[in-house]
Design a binder for this molecule. Structure first.
Ligand code: ADP
Ligand code: MG
Length: 339
């Protein structure tokens, strides 16, 4: 009988993987910002045009890449961040799957300039649909600048599925907020269609929150702090009287990574029990540090879900910490301690 099975060419495999990693322009923004963070950047600039449909550019002053690495970075499963399976459980970087750049380059036009500190000349590389168009030595600043244009140029169905520029822009803004909130110690700039939307200097967490959401946020914030063997919790909740009808500012970060967790969300909301009018949502910015060994982040390519070893304990500690925070701020008369 004849054989039918063959390996897919790399560019096809990349395009398939891209379907999972890159859902919309905001996914590209997330991946590029996280790479800049992982590269140890102190200043990161995000430049976007037409909701990311015309241009997404991220410029960082991080480590940069050698000529060989610049080319390698676009290979699938090529990463400098882990070496073996054990490393998956001691992650200290946002990335580790080594597939973002390969995926993006498979479905867009990518232009990258990069230079490490110890080299005088950098590398300029252009890739379109996984094909290297040009690679040359070029004088450029230390760090990396990546531009992504014509996203989904070779997948019309995906391109047509994109929402309006305004909607795509809102998704990009959400990703920008998440990364900027996760890293208050890094300076960020964000430009859309030529105007500067954010110029965030490196600062404390509290000041980063107010720089993003406005100075009136400051009076709403109540600190939350707890340190146990299982988890260290830091951050802020918004006073119950400022809870909103719309689910606005609700952020969890686990080991400096934004995550979504209905379970932990429930822990926070239940700590507010008796303090909130029905149908309003409390705001929170909560940062959990746990042993990297006790979580699994490799659940979905976008890495916004986490599996915790001991989520019941985490739930109880988080709930108690939020209750404690609320109690500290002279809310005692409103608090129902029996609950
Ligand atoms: P991952 O981040 O999972 O390793 P990526 O495809 O996002 O995979 O990036 C591949 C590799 O390219 C990274 O491991 C890193 O070594 C390098 N890289 C990507 N972006 C940058 C950057 N902005 N500065 C320096 N190195 C980078
Ligand atoms: Mg990455």
């Amino acid at each position: 009988m004849a054989d039918f099975i063959h390996l897919l060419p790399d560019h096809v495999a990349n395009q398939i993987a891209a379907g999972e990693v890159v859902q919309r322009p905001a996914s590209v923004v997330k991946e590029l910002l996280e790479n800049a963070v992982d590269a140890g950047a102190t200043e990161i600039k995000l430049i976007v045009k037409d909701g990311g449909k015309a241009l997404i550019q991220v410029v960082d002053d991080g480590s940069g890449m050698s000529e060989t690495d610049a080319r390698m970075s676009f290979e699938r499963h090529a990463t400098s961040k882990i070496r073996n399976a054990e490393d998956l459980f001691q992650l200290h970087t946002k990335g580790f799957r080594g597939e973002a750049l390969a995926s993006i380059a498979a479905i867009a036009h990518v232009d990258m300039q990069t230079r490490p500190a110890d080299e005088e000349v950098g590398t300029h590389i252009r890739i379109e649909g996984s094909k290297v168009i040009s690679q040359e030595a070029e004088v450029c600043p230390q760090g990396t600048s990546i531009s992504v244009k014509n996203l989904f140029f070779n997948i019309p169905a995906r391109r047509n599925f994109l929402k309006s520029n305004a909607v795509e822009f809102r998704h990009i803004t959400d990703e920008f907020h998440r990364v900027a909130l996760a890293h208050p110690g890094i300076g960020f700039q964000f430009y859309h269609n030529g105007s500067e939307l954010f110029h965030l200097d490196a600062t404390s967490l509290r000041k980063r929150i107010t720089a993003i959401f406005g100075h009136r946020m400051d009076e709403k914030l109540v600190p939350v702090e707890e340190e146990t063997q299982v988890v260290e919790i830091k951050g802020f909740i918004c006073k119950p009287e400022y809870a909103k009808k719309s689910r606005g500012e609700q952020f969890f970060f686990v080991n400096d990574r934004f995550i979504k967790s209905p379970y932990l969300h429930h822990a926070v909301v239940s700590a507010f029990e008796g303090l909130l009018k029905p149908e309003v949502h409390p705001g929170y910015f909560l940062y959990l540090q746990v042993d990297p060994n006790s979580i699994d982040i490799n659940i979905h390519p976008t890495k916004t879900e986490v599996k915790f070893d001991d989520e019941h304990t985490l739930y109880a500690i988080l709930r108690a910490a939020v209750k404690h925070g609320l109690g500290q701020f002279h809310l005692a008369p409103m608090l129902d301690f029996e609950k």
